[in-house]
Every structure is written in C-alpha cells, then in structure tokens.
Design a protein around this ligand. Sequence first.
Ligand SMILES: *Cc1c(COP(=O)(O)O)cnc(C)c1O
Length: 393
Amino acid sequence: MSLDIEKLRSETPGVANRVHLNNAGAGLMPRPVLDAMVGHLTREAEIGGYEAASEAAADLEGVYDSVARLLGSGRDEIALTENATVAWQLAFYSQTFRPGDRILTARAEYAANYVAFLQMAKRTGAMIEVIPDDGNGVLDQDALDRMIDDRVRLIAITWIPTNGGLRNPAAAVGRIARKHGVRYLLDACQAVGQMPTRLEELGCDFLTATGRKFLRGPRGTGFLYVRRDLMLGLEPPMIDHFGAPWVAPDRYELRRDARRFETWENNYAARLGLGRAIEYALNLGLGKIEERCRTLSAQLRDGLRTIPGVTVQDLGQNPASIVTFSIKDHDAESVRATLSHSGFNVSVSYPSSTLLDAQARHLPALIRASPHYYNTEDEVCRFIAAMSKAVDA
Ligand SMILES: *Cc1c(COP(=O)(O)O)cnc(C)c1O
C-alpha cells in the first residue's frame, strides 16, 4: 500500500501554513511528536520534573529501542545526545591519534566535522586526507581502497552532505573499512528518516544522526551508535557520574553500554518526541518514504531545469531529496527571502558549510529545497512557478 498523503498531511499542522521544503533543515513535526512533547512538559509542570520522568520511565527507555529498531543495533549500543554534532564529537574525540596517523574523509564533509579534524591534527600531528571522487563527484571506492595502509586510523565521512543530493557509497565504504580493519565513523544526519539506515548494510563502527531533519523529530535531539565490542574499550572524552559512576574515592567505573557517553541531565520531552518520530517513520516504512522522496525531488529537479538561468548543483546518480541550485544574477539569500514571503520554506547552503566541495566547484551560496513525503506534487509545481517568477524579477 502506498502512503496516504492526505492523512499524513492532516497529522502535520505546519502544512496548513507553509509549503515546507526545508526538511534538510528541520522537518515539520507530526502531531503525535508534538503531543508526546507537550504532554510531558505539561506533566513536568503539574507534578514535577523528576516525578514526570519516573511516570514516563518505560516510554523513556523505549526511545533506545526505537533507535535500535531504526538502525538494527542493540539497545545497549545507543546513546542519546542533545544533537548530532555532540554525538559525532563524542565518537571522534574518543579516538587517539599519533603524529602521522591518517584520517580519511570525503570532499563534501560537513564543516563541524572538518574543523574537529583540523583541531585534532593541530593537537596530535594526525593528517587529514580527502578521498578523491569519481567523475560524478561521488566518493571513489577504489581510490579509498588504495589509500589504506597501517597509518589510517579512521575513515570519517558524511553519507549525504548538507549541500546537495549526493549519496556517498556508505555501505561500500563499510566493506572496505571491514576488510582493512579500519574504524569507520558515518555521519548519517541527512539520511535517517529519508531512507533505510541499516547497520548490517552500512558496516560502520559509529553512526551519528539528528532528530530534527528527515526524521521529523524535535530540534536539539540526536543519537550515537557505537559498535559494542569497540565501545567497551573506549574512554569517552568527557565523563560525568551518570556515564561513569563514582564507585570509590579514587575510582569511577564506566557504564557497560553506550550510555557511558551520556550525561545525567536531559530534555526528556525532546527525547520522547524523538522516540515518537522514529516510530512514526518506522510505521510508514523507510522504503516507501525513500520512494516518495525520490519522486518529489526528481519532479523538483526536472522543473527547475526548465527555468532559464537556474543551475541544479546536485552531484551523482540517483540523488537524495536535497535539491540545491544557483540562479544566474540572483543572490540566494534574497531569493530565499522572496520565497519565504510567498509561503515557501527553503534554506540557503553557504560555501562555508562544505568548504572543500564549494571551493573545488566554485559554488556560490545555493538555494536548498528539500521535499519530504508529506509534500505534494502540487506544492512542487507551485514552487517551480514561484521560482520562475523570482528569476524574472
Ligand atoms: C545537520 C547536520 C549535522 C548536525 O546535526 P545537529 O543535530 O544540528 O548537530 C551534521 N552533519 C550533517 C551532514 C548535517 O547535515
């Protein structure tokens, strides 16, 4: 059965107000997510924060099961974090590097990750190397395979970059990492909620993701997966008495699960919203969601290509639902503002968010339109019409 778009829209308050094509920024939350969060906040106000948390204890534990179902991991391999960046930092900064150790990454790596590489390189003498891409801008698997030697300590890539529909071959990278026994950290922020994200295919040691984008969860949520056998040997870069209980005056003991990366205090309403968002996506089916995203983003790209002066900037085959484009003689920020005035939500992807790729391709600031399954063909048509008008202006 295909997705019942009318029903899904009736469960999405935001679609009444905006044509929301900014799911790579923050997806519109569906009603059940909102209800879970507001419900918990209300209970906190009514009976107290600690008391509301114990009342919701089973649901709060269930959030780990939801993430584990989404990824196909064990629940003990999941840490919940305040965003994906923190999840990534916890994984990355728990690695140790010596001078000359190599960190391999991809051309369209996200700025937050890259500046951390730079800091680590400065601190330790590790080297950052960019895996070449094939003629289509996609990470070149054979080149990666040839780059690996015993100084490679980590492969850390973004699956789907923030600045376009490019899909890096995350699963193929996993096979190469396994073959050579190299640790593999995958930033899956733009993939979760948009397509199946199954660890048995990906073969990564660490995966980080956010709740706020295609998962349609609340802002300020994220999670970290850490492979169990690795996790037990990892010292988190920072600890508190939740992740590492203080068991004797001179000793702490790290938890035996991925929650060793967590801290004591949390936004429980947001966690419950995240859990609900994951269940919502799982109920619909990630395969169906991906299919629908593919249809809408293809319609959007095809339409944009008919507008003179518009250049679609997405790389690779079968691009994901992040459509980026530039417009000749128009500044992205002012086009975004014009669109916003007419009720269309898009965002602007600045060169500094993926600097290496932007410089290599001489990209200006791009308009980024990211449809989700709950958008309609009609909305896409209206957006294309609005773009044509903006270009003529
Ligand atoms: C959005 C994004 C992040 C950061 O996610 P937060 O939850 O905001 O920390 C990291 N990497 C990529 C590729 C992203 O698109």
